[in-house]
Design a protein around this ligand. Structure first.
Ligand code: UD1
Length: 419
């Protein structure tokens, strides 16, 4: 395993191009199974989660042709198995999308309990309830989820917790079910809209994605398509926050600015200059910003994935901020690492009180999960002196060409062997 070393306190400046959205890509790759023919996916971020899924598709009999760094064609016509590679699947959360995808195409699926970041209990009961409502019989034993159905039938499904994963998994399973499926209290994240657009391009009939009621009229079969993945709002948000916390001036390019409204609004409230253009946002923060309160909520609320990088910025802002994490109960573990850098943070359950200090100081720190890893990078960029981040495998799961992009923005960041 390698480490990232950052010599901090360099103002970020210049332009950065944002890659395709990891959370959309990890749904779309398993969804290619529904096509049963060739799909060309563009703007695919080459992050570890994406390469694991690509490798799983290859192991199952899928044929992959790489045209370009971010453009691949996946032909799933040769896939005949309803099982996935257990070792690869356990490394990530999104392997659960194979459940809906395989069930839809083969009427059976066998996947392991998902892995991924340890940020809370992360049950999958809603996925299972949704698939059972469509007619699947589900058995869980020895860490495996086995699903089978003679026939999938449309149903009305109310999600009692808003869940990105459950919404997408049910959409996948419902595309070729008999009749119409309605998902109520559906998640509204842009990844859901992108996955629905992909499935509709295959020939599915999905309406309402992006609202809290999604209707899926089952069709008999689906075919191939060409699709471009939406830009990654979390990668963009991370660069916006890093620009603000280093008192920099950065143009974040090739994005959909409305996906970042919650982050932009908070940065403006703190005193940063945030200018939106058609497909880019410029963040400029010449002086120390002011404290604000944050409560994480499902989209379009403030994203839980940005809670961690944002808390780094709050820890060097003027005044006291209150951060409430309402989605994942264990998403504050990284505060121990920030405290090593001097941050003053008290935690009471799901609420953190951050008393802003004038500067963080570099220290050896540890990435406790993917977005906490991104937060550690923001902390290293912001701090005075040298920061060494270990356990960076998490960061590689979601950030494409991180060092290259940050070096282009003027930061001093490098990778070293972890001896
Ligand atoms: C997705 C994102 C992750 C993001 C999260 C919330 C992917 C691959 N990951 O994760 O980056 O942080 O959305 O925006 O897209 N829940 C249940 N039962 C279930 C499923 C979820 O109770 O069956 C709960 C969870 O514990 C959590 C809440 O619902 O409290 C939201 O989770 P969910 O939206 O499902 O998150 P993921 O899809 O795992």
């Amino acid at each position: 395993m390698e480490k990232i070393v950052i010599e901090g306190s360099q103002k970020l400046s210049g332009e950065v191009r944002i890659s395709g959205a990891k959370n959309a890509a990890v749904a779309i790759l398993p969804a290619t199974i529904l096509a049963g023919s060739a799909c060309t996916i563009k703007n695919l971020p080459m992050v570890k989660d994406v390469t694991y899924l690509r490798d799983m598709l290859i192991q199952m009999g899928g044929k992959i042709h790489i045209h370009d760094n971010d453009k691949i064609t996946i032909d799933t016509s040769g896939i005949s198995t309803s099982k996935i590679d257990l070792e690869l699947a356990k490394r990530m959360r999104a392997s659960y999308y194979f459940l809906g995808a395989l069930l839809s195409r083969f009427k059976k699926a066998e996947v392991p309990f998902p892995g991924g970041c340890n940020i809370g209990v992360r049950p999958i009961d809603l996925h299972i309830k949704g698939l059972e409502a469509l007619g699947a019989k589900i058995k869980i034993s020895h860490g495996l989820i086995r699903a089978a159905a003679d026939e999938l039938r449309g149903a009305r499904i109310y999600l009692d917790v808003v869940s990105v994963g459950a919404t997408i998994n049910i959409m996948l399973a419902a595309c070729m079910a008999k009749g119409t499926t309605t998902i109520e209290n559906a998640a509204k994240e842009p990844y859901i809209v992108d996955t629905a657009n992909f499935l509709n391009a295959l020939g599915a009939c999905i309406k309402g994605a992006g609202t809290d009621v999604i209707k899926i009229k089952g069709v008999k079969s689906l075919g191939g398509c060409e699709h471009s993945v939406i830009p990654d709002q979390m990668e963009a948000g991370t660069y916006m926050i890093a620009a603000a916390s280093t008192k920099g001036d950065v143009l974040i390019k090739d994005i959909i600015p409305t996906h970042l409204d919650a982050v932009s609004a908070k940065l403006r409230e703190m005193g940063a200059e945030v200018t939106e253009y058609e497909d880019s946002i410029r963040v400029k923060a010449p002086t120390r910003l002011k404290a604000v309160n944050i409560k994480t909520m499902p989209y379009p609320g403030f994203p839980t994935d940005m809670q961690q990088p944002m808390s780094v910025l709050l820890s060097v802002s003027e005044g006291t901020s209150i951060v409430t994490e309402s989605i994942f109960e264990s998403r504050f573990k990284y505060f121990d690492e920030l405290r090593r850098m001097g941050a003053k943070i008290k935690i009471e359950g799901r609420v953190a009180v951050i008393e802003g200090i004038t500067k963080l100081t570099g220290a050896p720190i540890y990435a406790t999960d993917l977005r906490a890893g991104a937060a550690m990078v923001v902390a290293g960029l912001t701090a005075e002196g040298k920061t060494t981040i270990s356990n960076i495998g998490y960061i590689e799961r979601g950030y494409e060409r991180l060092e290259e992009k940050l070096i282009n923005l003027g930061s001093k960041i490098r990778r070293i062997e972890d001896k």
